[in-house]
Design a protein around this ligand. Structure first.
Ligand SMILES: Cc1cc2nc3c(=O)[nH]c(=O)nc-3n(C[C@H](O)[C@H](O)[C@H](O)COP(=O)(O)OP(=O)(O)OC[C@H]3O[C@@H](n4cnc5c(N)ncnc54)[C@H](O)[C@@H]3O)c2cc1C
Length: 392
């Protein structure tokens, strides 16, 4: 009997690949005309080039994501620095600095003043131990906020980017998971990676081609309106869509947005290809071919500001940081429900993979992965759902 996978975001694509690999015939349905969900590329008419809906940063330690790329033959489609470095610019004084981790497990970089966060002392890094002991109710800012420049210049921007939630309310446990699975394993697991051409070229198009070559049936533009109790199904749609299809299912119901700004301008990529900006509205800047792309996470706080005003403010910050001239053509892309709001209360609403119906399993970055809502979490959830269905 065929297995139905509903939703062709990364969770659905991962589930479809795992099931196909295990010899199952997969029918993959996607309501949108193109696959990819919240991680996709498209041609922007006004900019005259292809852009991603948002910058997506991975780390070399994202094992499931790296395995997925290897399986679909796209392991060489990511780019980024060769070393675990994170360059920053402080907008207050324009001062650039770079966090430079060492490759191995023992973090000796903390002992070298020129490699660590400016203004921090060796003892400040003990704060990371507090993160290890965080309970399910612990929140990031109350736990770590007192550790001065280390928090302001590194932990806060890291938490906002990883959790897409303001640290005052964000749960600490998923941040601990990110740290444990990247920096905690050594710098070799924390090398920044991002799509060299686009998200679709790395993750989506090769996955669709792999599935097609292995006999899966792909139905784009096909919205599934009900689920059969008897058909083996992986439901890999966003939480609000899952709640409509599965009456009584408890799912996260509060979300955070991400605002991405794409400016038609070329910026020399430097060693990393991106920078973190401290002290402004712009948080991460990516030097893409022909485009400067800026990410603002946890962007609900700016929801009342008109998009054009955000563009003007962000460009002023870029002009200051990189010495740029007049604002070029640009596009502001708001993803209103980019991820779940990562508070302890919302995380408690994440469902397990299995449901009361043995034929129905759930996948998606919003299920109980223990990780923040990320590509790594989505792919892991898809693999896990496929294996659960294969077993039952
Ligand atoms: C702007 C932005 C920036 C991000 N940055 C990062 C980052 O830097 N690093 C990182 O790791 N992650 C990042 N993420 C998160 C990452 O994109 C998501 O975690 C991941 O793409 C979620 O995949 P998913 O398959 O769980 O869900 P989705 O991508 O939402 O896929 C669900 C799919 O189901 C389809 N669907 C819905 N209803 C139906 C139906 N009834 N029938 C058929 N199909 C249906 C939808 O159209 C969609 O394609 C970012 C997200 C956004 C929006």
């Amino acid at each position: 009997m065929s297995v139905h996978v509903i939703g062709a975001g990364l969770a659905g694509l991962a589930a479809a690949c795992t099931l196909t690999e295990r010899g199952r015939h997969v029918v993959l349905s996607e309501s949108a005309p193109a696959a990819g969900g919240r991680a996709r590329s498209y041609h922007d008419k006004s900019l005259g080039c292809r852009i991603d809906n948002g910058n997506h940063l991975l780390l070399s330690g994202n094992r499931a994501a790296m395995d997925f790329l290897a399986r679909i033959g796209a392991q060489h489609s990511l780019t980024g620095p060769a070393r675990p470095i994170f360059p920053f610019i402080n907008l207050a004084d324009g001062a650039p600095w770079c966090l430079r981790l060492n490759h191995g497990r023992i973090p000796w970089w903390i002992a070298v003043p020129s490699r660590r966060v400016p203004g921090t002392r060796l003892g400040d890094y003990r704060a990371l131990l507090r993160l290890r002991l965080a309970g399910a109710d612990a929140r990031v800012a109350p736990l770590l906020g007192a550790c001065g420049p280390l928090y302001r210049n590194l932990l806060e921007p890291l938490a906002i980017a990883a959790l897409n939630t303001m640290p005052e309310v964000a749960a600490a446990q998923p941040l601990q998971q990110v740290v444990a699975q990247s920096i905690g394993r050594g710098g070799f697991a924390a090398i920044p990676r991002f799509a060299s051409i686009g998200l679709s070229e790395s993750f989506i198009d090769p996955a669709l081609a792999w599935l097609q070559a292995h006999g899966a049936e792909i139905r784009l533009g096909h919205r599934v309106a009900e689920i059969s109790d008897h058909q083996p199904t992986v439901l890999a749609v966003p939480p609000w869509a899952a709640a409509e299809l599965v009456p009584g299912l408890v799912v996260p119901n509060q979300f955070e947005s991400i605002c991405n700004l794409h400016f038609k301008h070329t910026l020399p990529p430097g060693e990393a290809g991106f920078w973190g900006l401290i002290g402004g509205m712009a948080e991460w800047v990516f030097a893409r071919p022909e485009i400067i792309s800026v990410t603002i996470s946890a962007a609900n706080r700016y929801a009342e500001i008109p998009a054009e005003d955000i563009a003007i403010r962000v460009w002023a910050e870029l002009a200051r940081a990189f010495g740029l001239g007049a604002m070029p053509a640009h596009r502001v892309v708001w993803e209103r429900r980019a991820t779940l709001l990562a508070t302890p209360e919302q995380l408690a609403r994440r469902p397990q993979t299995r449901t009361a119906n043995p034929n129905l399993v759930l996948a998606g970055d919003w299920t109980d992965t223990g990780l923040p809502a990320t590509i790594e979490g989505a792919i892991r959830s898809g693999n896990k759902a496929a294996l659960a269905l294969a077993k039952s």
